[in-house]
Design a protein around this ligand. Structure first.
Ligand code: GMT
Length: 372
């Protein structure tokens, strides 16, 4: 098949899923064309079967807000026509789904459109009256809409008010990305004294509640010496750094920024913390579990579909930092139980292994192409 893919190329779960899916399709012999404003960060060296098309647009003094959606639509139409694309798969509805529909209109048909919803494109941005009508319009017209969890599909029906079919295809993980040598190197760096390591990874946006991460860590550290690795970057990082300093814990915490590959530091942890306010799926938690790191997270969105309570992960109410700290302490204070949970985390993650889930997208593409 000839497949176009559009996603945000920045560090983040939707871009990771889009890129890994596109790469997996290319390994299966399909022609994959990424159409984005920059090279997706997971793409690295562009392999055989994959082509990257950069969306560029001129600046003009009149454009206080550059009309990226229009440039993207033009680019999509051009690439789709020139490479005879059969499927255009866009990740994150805004503005990609709308640009894709415009491209199809320009072409008078064009490729079948698949829109994958990732979370905040519905729950935060899509729900905003500034975008809601255009998101509903686009979802109702795409040939297929998928969501990364049942919770997100349900929320889409409620928030967007669409009655259309939404296929749930969970996110996946490549279990072979874990690298024990790299993990051991990170472990030495993060914990030279051998004390346990808590780890968090996110885009440090307000919904991730990184201050809760720091507070859970502070409470745990009060009872037992331990380290904290903070992976990622974003608007809440300065506040988190300040909180760590004010708690007098700076020498116990490493802010690692956006590192690649992420699995080295993730896998060096004993417990992964994800106290988010919203999480349609929680890809970072799945990546941690795949490296054998049990998760303590909030019971929100799609996390209960990923975390099997008590078997490699634990869910608490959002904001319950005391409960989260208690859970982490229980794990750290019982080395045998911690080892058992590490094994269970890896087992649970294997249910989200890449290839069977890529099969489901491939089947969807084929069904769309064989439909009249
Ligand atoms: O948090 C965001 O807005 C970023 C977004 C993304 O582009 O990575 O994250 C969402 O998509 C991920 C991949 O499907 C999910 O694992 C995250 O749970 C989801 N984030 C939220 O729902 C807050």
């Amino acid at each position: 098949m000839r497949i176009g893919v559009t996603c945000y190329p920045t560090v983040g779960g939707s871009g990771v899923v889009a890129t890994e899916l596109g790469l997996a399709m290319a390994r299966r012999g399909h022609q994959v064309h990424f159409i984005c404003y920059a090279l997706p960060y997971r793409l690295g060296r562009v392999p055989a079967g994959v082509t990257f098309h950069e969306v560029t647009f001129p600046s003009y003094p009149l454009f206080q807000h550059p009309p990226y959606s229009l440039a993207l639509a033009s680019h999509m139409a051009d690439v789709a026509a020139h490479h005879n694309l059969e499927v255009l798969h866009v990740h994150y509805a805004i503005p990609h789904a709308v640009s894709a529909l415009l491209a199809k209109e320009i072409m008078g048909g064009g490729p079948k459109l698949v829109v994958t919803l990732h979370g905040t494109d519905i729950t935060v941005v899509g729900a905003d009256p500034a975008f809601l009508p255009v998101v509903r319009w686009a979802l109702d017209r795409a040939e297929a809409v998928t969501a990364v969890s049942q919770a997100l599909a349900q929320e889409t029906r409620e928030v967007i008010g669409t009655g259309r079919e939404i296929l749930v295809i969970p996110n996946f993980v490549d279990l072979t990305r874990c690298d024990p040598t790299l993990q051991a190197a990170y472990r030495k760096r993060l914990s030279p004294d051998g004390a346990p390591v808590l780890v968090h990874a996110s885009n440090f946006r307000p919904v991730k509640r990184v201050l809760d991460v720091v507070e859970v860590f502070r409470l745990v550290h009060h009872h037992t010496p331990c380290h904290l690795a903070m992976i990622g970057d974003g608007p809440e990082r300065p506040a988190a750094e300040r909180a760590v300093r004010e708690a007098g814990l700076a020498s116990w915490v490493d802010f690692l920024g956006n590192i690649s590959p992420v699995e080295g530091a993730l896998g060096a942890g004993d417990v992964f913390l994800l106290p988010s306010q919203e999480e349609s799926f929680g890809l970072a938690a799945l990546e941690a579990m795949a490296c054998g790191v049990p998760v303590v997270a909030s019971r929100v969105g799609g996390l209960p579909e990923l975390v099997d309570e008590g078997r490699g992960g634990f869910l608490l109410d959002c904001g319950d930092v005391v409960g989260m700290a208690r859970k982490v302490l229980q794990l750290l204070q019982s080395p045998r139980e911690l080892q058992r949970q590490k094994k269970l985390a890896r087992q649970r993650a294997s249910l989200f292994a890449q290839e069977p889930i890529v099969d489901r997208y491939e089947t969807l593409y084929r069904q769309l192409l064989s439909a009249p």
